[in-house]
Design a protein around this ligand. Sequence first.
Ligand code: XLS
Ligand code: NI
Ligand code: NI
Length: 441
Amino acid sequence: MSTGYFGDISKIPFEGPGSTNPLAFRFYDPDELVLGKRMEDHLRFAVCYWHSFVWPGSDPFGGQTFERPWYGPSGAADTMALAKKKADVAFDMFAMLGVPYFTFHDADVRPEGASFSESRDRLNEIADYFEAKMDATGLKLLWGTANLFSHRRYMAGAATNPDPDVFAYAAATVKSCMDVTHRLKGQNYVLWGGREGYETLLNTDIGRELDQMGRFLSMVVDYKHKIGFKGSILIEPKPQEPTKHQYDYDVGTIYGFLKRYGLEGEVKTNIEQGHAILAGHSFEHELALAAALGIFGSIDMNRNDYQSGWDTDQFPNNVPEMALAYYQVLRAGGFTTGGTNFDAKLRRQSLDPQDLLIAHIGGMDCCARGLKAAASMVEEKALSAPLAERYAAWDKPDAARLLDKNADLEAIEADVLARNLDPQPRSGRQEYLENVVNRYV
Ligand code: XLS
Ligand code: NI
Ligand code: NI
């Protein structure tokens, strides 16, 4: 029962690299085995609701460019009937793409009610609607989340708001979103601190706000256990935008925060490529660091324009970048509850329904190519063998003793003197390794 919104198109086929059909996959073949595992199970693609079905094509200089049949006079799906019409088209697209997962915020899927309880009831009603569609199609929920940043009540933050009533409203909202995520068997629950940050220190008490955020997150973790939610709680780092300074700046900052509030065994990260770049890192840096700290969870696979300097949320189209990213994902052992979420939006001139399909097809193909290149590098130990060799001296017992709890500076000094040490530098072989990577991409 397709809505017909995308015209006369059914499921997007896999046609192989030689195909020139824009509505076919050339690299993403869900059943192809990569390192002994189906590609679909490696990549675990999800489409986000908000950019594809809610965002109207606006930018700071102009309003809506898209005219979707589920928009009411206000430019949003502002009745429950329109929200359901939107859901019908969304589920059409998920099925055409053959993605296993989707993601949403409460505000994406239901119009805001006149009161907290009306908003919550509407969310529950849409969740019923989703549940039936999910049962019918087998589509699953990668994660749910609460939009604690668009409504004006959140302009000074949610958990970090100077007004305790806003903290309470946000906490109650997160509870309702966790309930729905749990009911729909979500694999994760995400918190992106949309306005948890500040515009000026002149009106901000950082220490107090961080304590509020720590308590808020602790309650989220407690509630997860209380309701028996087995998924992961994930924080999504971002350094700035919308606020001048966001508290969840990057992976390293989040780790420090989790440590301080004793939550490091409970919460992981959802890392977005564009946010990594905004923070002055590479995507692979954030992935590698999260894995090293034991907080790697999931990814938002959308890039930024390297010139714009803001969060442009574009579909991925750079295979070498994807290869390095999935290399880190594979090194981390692959996804467990996480996946590859396209938190990506069209450019505002891409008006046609087919543009939505084509953008996702291209993004999925780009990830598939990156994954395959990464898998070949893993299989042939292209980078892991030189890496092991670089650190090989640390495997010797003498070296291991240096890091022993009983080691101290005096004993080490005595040893340096006794062995008359004069360490000789060795090449880091960066250009060699860059050339190796180039063979795979
Ligand atoms: C915004 C974030 C947002 C989160 C979900 O920059 O990427 O879309 O992924 O709240
Ligand atoms: Ni995101
Ligand atoms: Ni973003």
